[in-house]
Ligand binder design. Structure first.
Ligand code: SF4
Ligand code: SF4
Ligand code: SF4
Length: 243
């Protein structure tokens, strides 16, 4: 497990490709990148009159990244969780009907329209990429990698699992979302609220473009996964009110 701790934030990550063959992204720098952003946000904030040594560890904003859906670093119980995703698609390469993809899929997310005509069941797919690794012909192929994002997980008196945002996000978008979420938390660090409760109580702190997406996810009204790489959501810096 990797860990980066700054005065108001704890960022953890699973072993990733350095030690685990399940990782869907090789040598992913996302942990280092968001940890750098956390330090920048803290450095530009106005909390210098409070002794950092008095901050209890459970008050830190928690972020965690796992590099496959096994989620060893438990992103679902953090304020901001990341799970790497491999977006698999069916290509024009001829299928031999060897069934290696079916055997590799633990989610039962592949079916055949004919014995040589596979199809991904998107609602079941967890984007682990195992089928594309197993396929000898390239009929099932990973066209892109990205990240699933989870917000608002917490333990304590009323534990809640994090809510998954819709779609798969590219790395830059994950970093922008992290900056927005941690920026809000850091600005109101001494409110005593966890990130989930902060957003539910004061949704106006979110940029308008994200308000409905976050609230709908936190209220558990939908859970959508992307169909194709083209559906990756982008978040541009101009949408954020982070520092
Ligand atoms: S989450 Fe996946 S990639 Fe990370 S250590 Fe666990 S099995 Fe390996
Ligand atoms: S990427 Fe989706 S379809 Fe392929 S093995 Fe993983 S869960 Fe199954
Ligand atoms: S898609 Fe690939 S792994 Fe699956 S049956 Fe066809 S050739 Fe085999």
């Amino acid at each position: 497990m990797k860990e980066y701790i700054s005065p108001h934030c704890r960022i953890q990550g699973c072993a990733g490709s350095e030690r685990c063959r399940n990782a869907v992204i090789e040598n992913d720098p996302i942990l280092e990148k968001i940890s750098l952003e956390a330090k920048k946000i803290e450095a530009s904030s106005n909390h210098s009159n409070v002794s950092e040594s008095k901050i209890l560890s459970h008050r830190l904003f928690s972020a965690s990244a796992s590099f496959c859906p096994n989620a060893c670093s438990r992103p679902q119980i953090t304020d901001f969780g990341i799970i790497a995703a491999s977006i698999v698609n069916i290509t024009d390469a001829g299928c031999t009907g060897c069934n290696a993809c079916i055997e590799s899929c633990r989610e039962d997310a592949i079916r055949f329209k004919t014995p040589v005509n596979p199809e991904i069941i998107r609602e079941k797919c967890l984007h682990c990429g195992s089928c594309s690794t197993a396929c000898p012909t390239g009929t099932i192929s990973s066209s892109k990698t990205g990240y699933r994002i989870f917000i608002g997980g917490m333990m304590g008196r009323h534990p809640m699992l994090a809510a998954e945002l819709p779609d798969i996000y590219d790395r830059d978008s994950v970093i922008e979302l992290f900056k927005i979420c941690f920026g809000i938390y850091n600005d109101h660090f001494y409110s005593g609220l966890r990130f989930r409760n902060m957003i539910l109580r004061y949704p106006e702190k979110l940029p308008l473009s994200l308000r409905e997406i976050f609230l709908t996810a936190l209220n558990g009204e939908f859970h959508i996964k992307s169909d194709t790489a083209e559906q990756q959501r982008s978040v541009t810096p101009s949408e954020g009110n982070y520092r």
